[in-house]
Each structure stands twice: as structure tokens, then as C-alpha cells.
Design a protein around this ligand. Structure first.
Ligand code: TXA
Ligand code: MG
Length: 318
């Protein structure tokens, strides 16, 4: 439904639902960034066949240090850029704080943060007082929406509310930069230009491979160091004796996990949203145990299951 009801938007976001919101760049599909299940719903509604790290939109500047680490050597530069370009169409990729769920960053150690200047967005995120994860509010592979009507065309029936504030100002997505060793790397060009940024620091070029936005192809994408193998069903698999094998199970019903050194169930009730929300966290946890092998059960390949399988397949081809 298209409406201008900001109070309803805040209420829906607070209970973990999705709301499409106007920003000064394009319309975003927002969810409470600190609620993994709510964030999983974003990927489901967009029908993304894989997980892409999302931009976290802050309620105010105070939130920056709760979401991102500011490395001592880069702190001055980061704060100067924030002073100059925030609020506005400008996103910085910074080391992430623990508070940010792994599904938001698709397992990366960095988080993209932005402070939107749009008055309606600012009012809603300010009232909620929680950061919002929001990609552009289009289905996978389609162009970003710049009006509420575009969002309706893309996502009608999949989300409870689209907040209408007319066409967006810039019409293209925010400029994304990474700050490294006192230099600025432009990861995505946008309304804040190379020239504007070069007044603050040297701009380093980013190779095409590094710029590819398909997340699983980002060289920095989180990948487990422990070998991972896909299996259909843990019941039919027994680890060799004296090998330390971990199991990433799909749904936990009637498993006999004794043979495994560690077990994580993506979703006891076989819920793909819950599985997606847990995926990166469990991969990390298993990876940290120094196991010889992780075996992962295939999940149903429908809806979010395709994004989960994409990630597991990438993790198994190493
Ligand atoms: O203007 C915008 O930025 C809009 C509005 C809604 O804020 N949002 C937007 O989000 O364009 P999205 O998800 O469509 O694009 C975000 C891009 C993706 O290409 C993603 O790979 C990249 O940001 N990204 C997010 N987190 C990252 C990270 N930690 N490292 C590198 N790239 C990241
Ligand atoms: Mg997009």
C-alpha cells in the first residue's frame, strides 16, 4: 500500500516488517538492521539469488561508533568526510562492530554506513532510533526505483507499506567509498564526485574485480578457511573416525549428531528466513573451531533457499 503515514512505518519497522522509504537518491527497502530475521525478509522480497551486503542507514551521527570502528589512522579523515557529506548521498565502508548482524554485511568484516538527508527518511529512522538496512527497493536485476509507483510495480503484495514522498532528488544511488590507510577508494560512483572527494585525500583506483558489486565475487567476501562439502542429508553421512568434522544442518529434526565435533542447525523448524538469518554467523562459528571439514546439508532451492545455496556452493568450491 502506498501512503504518507510515517507513524505506521515506524510501527511496522519496530516489529520487524519491511517498509519502502524515500531517500534523496532512490527508494530503499528498509528493515531494522539489528534484527536478522527482518533483514532476511529483504532478500526474500527482492528475490535475490544470493546475499549482497546492505547499506546501514544511521538515525544520527551518534550511531556511527556503535556500528563501525574508526581505525585511529583514518579517524580524522572519516570524521571530516562525515562532516562534509552527511547527511547526504554518501556511503562509507568501514570495519564493522559486533552489534551488526552478519547477514547485513553478508559475512564481511566491514559495514557500509550512510546518513540520509531525506526529511521523511530522517524522521522515520530518527523516531525508530535504530539503524535501517536498506538496498534499493527493486526486485533483483531491475533498475532502482525513484518513485513510490516504481516500488509498487516492483514489490506489490510483498511488503506492507510504501511511504510516498514524491520523486527522489538525485535518481542515482549514493557514492560508496572505502577508507584505507588515509586514502579514499571509490567503490561506486554517484552524486558525490571524484573531484569533491579529492579535496580530502588521495583517491586510489579500484580494480574492476574489486568493484564488482556481486558480493560473492568481491575478493574481500567472507569465505570459511575450513574445507566445506555439500551433502544431501546428514543421516546418510558418517564422518571418518578421529576426524573432526562439523555439521551445518538444514533443519534439526531427528538428526544423530554424536558423530560430529560440532553441529549448527540453520533452522529447527525448516524456516528459510531463519536459516538465512543464521547462515553467516554459523559458518563463522564452525570455521573458528579449527575443524578438518565442515559438511553442509543442502537446503530447499526455492525462495531464500537459492541465496543460501549460492553461498554454500561458493564456500564449497575452494
Ligand atoms: O543510494 C543508495 O545507496 C541506496 C539508498 C536506498 O540508500 N541504496 C543502495 O543499496 O543502492 P544497494 O544494496 O542497492 O547497493 C549497495 C551496494 C551494493 O553494491 C553492495 O555490494 C555494496 O553497496 N556494499 C554494501 N556493503 C558493502 C561492504 N561492506 N563492502 C563493499 N561493498 C558493500
Ligand atoms: Mg541496488
Amino acid at each position: 500500500m502506498i501512503s504518507t503515514d510515517r507513524v505506521a512505518a515506524v510501527e511496522l519497522l519496530r516489529k520487524g516488517d519491511l517498509v519502502a522509504l524515500p531517500t534523496e537518491t532512490v527508494y530503499g527497502l528498509a528493515a531494522d538492521a539489528l534484527n536478522s530475521i527482518a533483514v532476511a525478509k529483504i532478500f526474500e522480497a527482492k528475490e535475490r539469488p544470493r546475499f549482497d551486503p546492505l547499506i546501514v542507514h544511521l538515525p544520527n551521527r551518534e550511531w556511527l561508533r556503535r556500528i563501525a570502528e574508526l581505525p585511529a589512522g583514518d579517524r580524522q579523515l572519516i570524521l571530516k568526510l562525515a562532516d562534509k557529506f552527511w547527511p547526504g548521498p554518501f556511503t562509507m565502508v568501514l570495519p564493522k562492530c559486533k552489534l551488526v548482524p552478519d547477514i547485513v554485511t553478508a559475512g564481511l568484516d566491514t559495514v557500509a554506513v550512510r546518513l540520509s538527508a531525506h526529511p521523511v527518511f530522517a524522521e522515520i529512522v530518527g523516531e525508530l532510533d535504530e539503524p535501517l538496512a536498506a538496498p534499493s527497493a527493486n526486485r533483483f536485476g531491475r533498475v532502482s526505483p525513484t518513485t513510490a509507483r516504481h516500488v509498487l510495480d516492483e514489490l506489490d503484495g510483498r511488503i506492507p507499506l510504501i511511504v510516498d514522498a514524491g520523486p527522489t532528488e538525485h535518481g542515482i544511488e549514493s557514492t560508496i567509498v572505502a577508507i584505507r590507510d588515509s586514502k579514499i577508494a571509490i567503490l561506486r560512483r554517484g552524486p558525490i564526485t571524484h573531484e569533491q572527494l579529492s579535496e580530502f585525500a588521495d583517491i586510489v583506483s579500484v580494480t574492476v574485480a574489486q568493484r564488482i558489486s556481486a558480493p560473492g565475487q568481491l575478493p574481500s567476501h567472507y569465505a570459511p578457511t575450513t574445507p566445506l562439502r555439500l551433502i544431501d542429508n546428514a543421516q546418510a553421512f558418517s564422518p571418518q573416525k578421529n576426524r573432526r568434522v562439523g555439521l551445518l544442518a538444514w533443519s534439526g529434526a531427528s538428526r544423530s549428531p554424536q558423530a560430529f565435533a560440532a553441529v549448527r542447525n540453520l533452522s529447527d523448524r525448516g524456516d528459510l528466513r531463519e536459516g538465512a538469518a543464521n547462515l553467516f554467523r554459523y559458518l563463522r562459528e564452525l570455521d573458528a573451531l579449527g575443524l578438518e571439514l565442515i559438511v553442509a546439508e543442502r537446503v530447499p532451492s526455492r525462495g531464500l533457499g537459492m541465496a543460501i545455496m549460492d553461498r554454500l556452493e561458493r564456500a564449497s568450491h575452494r
